[in-house]
Design a protein around this ligand. Structure first.
Ligand code: EPZ
Length: 431
């Protein structure tokens, strides 16, 4: 099994290019099957979740042409099936966007029940409620979700919880419905704005994306377009925290600094210097990190997808901090791994109580999910000695070229296949 072997101790220094946002690209690729004309999508991250959704849309008859590593052309005029199944799609959460896209386009969709990172219960009741609010029937036959309608009609949908996925799914299903749909208590993440911008560039009429009320006036058809995905806020935030924990100096390039405000604010509170340009942010960590408390919240709050990374950093301050996870009930599984490195963290309910330590020691670690895996890599980069991180397939779901980008910043990290290769890496590094 692939693993990373890491020798800690080098500060991350230099510039890193941020890829397109996975969590924007996934719904946009699903939406790309809705027009009958060709769409060109640029700045896709080359990560495994994206490969999975591309395979899925091909499986229902969309034509996918790979233009280059980060660009595809999609033509959805040949959609001939409404069922999506298979192990490859079972693993990803974003399969649920294919429900909204197929329901919106051909009024019928059957998709395996969404999987994704095991970070909590992750129900889809709000997605179902949204589809039903547009007049669809929804059934759950044997681990699948089947949604169908003779006709979709705009509706007034109040979300009981702020959900990124449900907001986007209702947008997808309603964009060609008859009449106007209003989503109240909508999520406001940048990727929701990106999906709306993409669909509007195909001729949709969506207003209010990025606020908690989104209005969608159904249109009869969508046309082709060319579209560039926004930069990945979480990938950028991960390198920003990489600079903080390794006492480094990193410029994240090709970003939208506004999307990183909650992350920058916490880094400043923790004693880092953060400088912003039009499309870059620089983090310099020249002083000891300071303690603070943080609670994850929907955008514009501090993102749950940055919770493990900030916990790793708070574990290295000279005080006590509390991290409260308010979105997912099972997102502290990595704490046991950090304890192996000498971290002092106690989890009580949805909070982690952290007593900072002077440093971490290298250890053999296992990534429990995508963001926690990336956070363990950051911990290993600061640690004394060598670490290995197993289960890197989770990390590769969302981080393009993670080892290569870290190496570009001066990290000692290598992806290896076997323990023997890992041992050889130790030897080569030392000699
Ligand atoms: C998206 O998940 C992201 N995934 C997650 O990123 C991210 O952590 C999350 O949004 C929050 O920002 C993708 O975009 C593919 P939600 P999603 O619906 O849409 C509850 C990563 O690492 N809820 O906003 O599944 C839910 O249980 C991944 O890239 C319901 O109760 O998240 C949670 O407590 C991990 N009923 C809260 O809402 C529903 O029908 C927010 O979940 C839907 C959600």
């Amino acid at each position: 099994m692939d693993q990373y072997v890491i020798k800690g101790g080098n500060p991350l220094v230099g510039e890193v290019d941020i890829s397109g946002a996975k969590n924007a690209a996934l719904p946009i690729l699903a939406a790309a099957i809705m027009p009958d004309e060709t769409v060109l999508i640029e700045n896709l991250p080359d990560v495994t979740d994206i490969h999975a959704i591309l395979t899925a849309i091909e499986s229902v008859g969309a034509q996918v042409t790979h233009v280059d590593r980060h660009t595809v052309k999609i033509n959805g005029s040949g959609i001939s099936d409404y069922r999506i199944d298979g192990d490859y799609i079972r693993k990803i959460r974003a399969s649920y966007y294919l429900l909204g896209a197929l329901l919106g386009k051909i009024h019928k969709a059957e998709v395996v029940y969404p999987g994704g990172c095991n970070i909590g219960l992750r129900p889809i009741d709000q997605h179902i409620k949204g589809f039903q609010g547009l007049g669809a029937e929804v059934e759950l036959p044997h681990g699948r979700v089947y949604a169908y309608a003779d006709k979709l009609t705009g509706g007034h949908i109040y979300m009981d919880v702020v959900s990124v996925g449900a907001t986007m799914n209702v947008i997808l299903a309603s964009v060609m419905a008859e009449g106007t749909t209003i989503i109240e208590n909508a999520a406001k993440e940048p990727h929701i704005v990106d999906l709306a911008n993409f669909l509007n560039s195909c001729g949709a009429s969506i207003r209010g994306a990025g606020t908690d009320v989104v209005r969608i006036k159904g249109v009869q058809r969508l046309h082709g377009t060319e579209y560039t995905i926004i930069p990945d806020q979480i990938e950028a935030g991960t390198y920003m925290f990489g600079a903080a924990v390794t006492k480094g100096d990193v410029v994240v390039k090709n970003v939208i600094p506004k999307h990183l405000e909650s992350i920058s604010a916490k880094l400043i509170e923790m004693g880092c210097e953060v400088e912003e340009g039009d499309d870059w942010v620089r983090v310099v960590a020249s002083k000891p990190l300071k303690r603070t408390n943080v609670k994850t919240l929907p955008y514009p709050g501090f993102p749950t997808d940055m919770q493990p990374q900030i916990t790793v950093a708070l574990g290295l301050t000279n005080g006590s901090s509390i991290v409260t996870e308010s979105l997912f009930e099972n997102r502290f599984k990595y704490v046991d791994e950090l304890s192996k490195m000498g971290a002092h963290i106690k989890v009580e309910g949805n909070s982690a109580i952290i007593d900072g330590v002077e440093g971490y020691q290298g250890a053999d670690l296992s990534a429990p999910d995508l963001r926690a895996g990336a956070a363990l890599v950051l911990a290993a980069l600061t640690a004394d000695g060598y670490s290995t991180v197993e289960n890197v397939q989770y990390v590769e779901r969302g981080y393009e070229d993670f080892p290569a980008k870290l190496k570009g910043l001066g990290a000692h990290i290598e992806k290896v296949r076997t323990d023997r290769e890992a041992a050889r890496y130790h030897f080569e590094e030392v000699s």
